[in-house]
Structure formats: structure tokens, C-alpha cells
Ligand binder design. Sequence first.
Ligand code: PXP
Length: 243
Amino acid sequence: MAVLNVNIDHVATVRQARVTDEPDPVWAAAQCELAGANGITIHLRLDRRHINDRDVRLLKETVACKLNLEMCMAEPIVKIAEETKPDQITLVPEKRVELTTEGGLDCVRHKKRLAQVVRRMHKKRILVSTFIAPAKEQIIASAQTGCDAVELHTGMYANARGPRAIERRLAELEAGKDLAMENKLIAHAGHGLTYRNIGPVASIEGLCEFNIGHSIVARAVFVGIREATAQMIALIDKFSTQD
Ligand code: PXP
């Protein structure tokens, strides 16, 4: 059965719009968990534009389901992960000017650093996933550096227009998932997934964890985050072919 981690960064984005104390991502995480989310995902960015150190600390204490920390491999952030010990980290590239994480991590180019970070996380019993394009060399580099999982970037699928382009992106994701599993990596997916496009991705057998943020928080404005989370879980359950 595929499961959902709700990315609650946008809740912190609303708070930071006024640099105040509401809405609190800690409250949001509890609501997601009550709706049945498997996990809570947060991205601690170098510029702390949404999630901050206090959020990471409190969420580590209060989240009972999986806490997945998205992060780049910069040393100060790696140290925070070692100290906080989330259940899982997902390594992403980070550019200061981007609106959201744009491309996947280049695990080939950063192989040496990636292997170091994996070793350090494993010492603290933290699972390591890499956010990557569904490309052979990235999957192999993730496996060779000892990662536990890969999160296949679904942004190209989400942006594809027309049935042929969509089919091509789905085929890439399916092939990426197969190669990941052959290399003993757990296959996750995320980025740009919505209530409208989740179906075909959730139908790919073996993709077992989805990280979804924007679409859920956008719907939460109208129906509340507990209901928005429950609706996404219902869709994943409906389309997921695994038992
Ligand atoms: N996965 C990763 C690695 C991400 O960086 C993000 C965005 O923070 C997501 C998933 C969630 O993407 P979206 O907000 O488009 O659902």
C-alpha cells in the first residue's frame, strides 16, 4: 500500500508572510496525522524562508508518525539533522533564488559528499533518500553511496501536456522505480502532484511513499488540512495497486 507524507512548508510560509506565530506548522502536523498521514515532510532551507529551527525541534518532539526532513548537504544543515534525528532525510539541491526545489540532486557529481552524509546519518539511524530525476545514473549513484531510498522527481510528469507526453513521463517513472528496486532502494515520488494527477502515479506498483505539499495546503484553505489530507489519502488508496 502506498502512503502519504504531507509537506507542510506552506503552512510556515503563511506564518512568515507576517513574521508572526500563526498558523503553526506543529498544529498542521497534528491535523495531518489525525487524518491518517503516514508522515510529515518539512524542508529546512538555508535561508529559513518557511520552516525554521524551532519548527524542526518541536516537530521532532510532537510528530508520532514519520518525520521526513528535506535538506541540502550544507554542513550546518547536516549537523542539525544529526542533532535532531528525524526518521528520514531527503536530500535535495538548493538554490537561493528558486521558488521551490527545481531539479533533482546530482548524485553523480556530489557522490563523495553524498557518501559521507549517508554514513553520518546511518550512524544516527536516520534513513536517507535522495530526490532525483528518474535517470539511471542518479539511481545507481544513490545505490552505490548506500542510500536507503530515492524520491523520484514527478515534476516533469506534472508539467507534461498531452497524453503522449504524459505516458512518456509515466514510463520514465516506472522504469526508474524498477531500477531503484533492483538496486534494493525503496522508491518514493513527489513534486507537483495534485488531486487531479495523482491517479496514474499512485497506480505504479512499487512506488510506496508520496510527498505532497502545495496541492494539499491549497485545498486546506477551503476545506481544512485534516479534510484535504484525508481526500488525498483516499485517492492514493483508490489508485494504489499494492496490498
Ligand atoms: N518532494 C520534494 C523533494 C520537494 O522538494 C517538494 C517541495 O518542497 C515536494 C516533494 C512537494 O512538492 P509539492 O509542494 O509540489 O507537492
